[in-house]
Design a protein around this ligand. Structure first.
Ligand code: SF4
Length: 353
């Protein structure tokens, strides 16, 4: 079976599947509390059978890594049934899930038994007040920490922990977070604050660069660079010189990695997005429900991927550099911010990070 290549020669190897657009948190940089959300009606949400059928077609095109996301995926009932089905697909050799962790104490064991291999937990603070503020007053720190321990106890190790760093909000916790998640059971990854969606009033000045994050950790916990495991891995890896495990940074703003991006996203209502920041989704649900065969759906996927030319993060960085070079002139920064804000990326929280 042919493996489609996009306009930049990139293959398709990773699929992120959003199983719901709903969430039990209201993180300020993703789904702010002060907004109304018109969630996807249940009848429009892909069933597990539909997701599995599409996943098999993606695998036939070269996908071997699947990440289940949301919203908050653990809110979806009987998720074990989907995990079992995905784990049974030949050629799919890496099955992971991203969660806010609160429901993991109830679900970690059963998801691992069903075939889940890895879990990533989003945790942005170890201070109860900051945690609560960032989560929109929902969820609790102790519950998420218990979720992380439950994932480790269930064997979903190393448990990855993703922390979005925002200047003046939680950047003072970089070293304490690094200290908290050392060792082989955990891999902490710091994420540069991104302009995802159009709801987080993103400001480039709120970004703490990957270089700065590593500098702060290295000053107290000496680090050495570690090679990427795969060319398309998003995180830059570092090992603690004292053997205390590793830490990573995801530098979408200061060191964009679009050139190696082989990721696609399937939204809960069956739209294919070829970039985290793309405003246009390609509807796969309608042709699937209209009776298209697997072969026809596969050709449709080939066509969509073949036309892909996304490299938003690289374009954004070029615009920010231009804005900076022009001395941050209003026009240039307006141009940069217009581009950053204008193109509707409203779908973000429906297609999972
Ligand atoms: S911005 Fe889009 S193309 Fe670039 S790495 Fe992210 S998802 Fe891939």
């Amino acid at each position: 079976m042919s493996q489609p290549r996009d306009q930049l020669g990139r293959s398709l190897t990773d699929l992120r599947i959003s199983v719901t657009d709903r969430c039990n948190f209201r993180c300020t940089f993703c789904m702010p509390e002060d907004r109304e959300y018109d969630f996807v009606p249940r009848a429009e949400v892909l069933s597990y059978e539909e997701i599995l059928r599409l996943a098999r077609i993606f695998v036939s095109r070269g996908v071997h890594k699947v990440r289940v996301t949301g919203g908050e995926p653990l809110l979806r009932r009987d998720l074990e049934r989907l995990i079992e089905g995905l784990a049974a697909i030949e050629g799919l050799d890496d099955l992971a899930l991203t969660t806010n962790g609160l429901l993991l104490p109830k679900k970690a064991e059963s998801l691992h038994r069903a075939g889940l291999q890895r879990v990533t937990v989003s945790l942005h603070s170890l201070e109860a007040a900051t945690f609560s503020r960032l989560a929109g007053g929902r969820g609790d720190l102790a519950g998420v920490l218990a979720g992380i321990e439950a994932a480790a106890a269930a064997g979903l190790t190393p448990v990855k922990i993703n922390t979005v760093v925002i200047q003046g909000v939680n950047d003072h916790e970089i070293v304490s977070l690094a200290r908290r998640f050392r060792g082989d059971e955990f891999v902490l990854r710091f994420i540069e604050y991104m302009d995802v969606g159009t709801l987080n009033a993103w400001d480039p000045a709120s970004v703490v660069s990957a270089e700065e994050i590593i500098r702060r950790i290295d000053a107290e916990l000496p680090l050495e660079p570690a090679p990427r495991r795969h060319a398309n891995d998003v995180a830059k890896r570092y090992r603690y010189r004292d053997g205390g495990g590793e830490v990573g940074v995801i530098a979408s703003i200061t060191e964009p990695f679009c050139g190696d991006c082989t990721r696609a996203r399937l939204s809960a209502d069956g739209h294919l997005y070829t970039c985290l920041f793309s405003a246009v989704g390609h509807d796969l649900k309608a042709p699937l429900r209209a009776g298209e065969s697997d072969a026809e759906l596969g050709e449709r996927l080939d066509t969509i991927w073949g036309r892909r030319s996304d490299r938003y993060s690289e374009e954004r960085s070029a615009r920010l550099e231009r804005a900076a070079a022009s001395g941050g002139s209003a026009e240039a920064s307006d141009e940069a911010s217009d581009v950053l804000a204008g193109e509707a990326r409203v779908e973000m929280f429906r297609i999972g990070g």
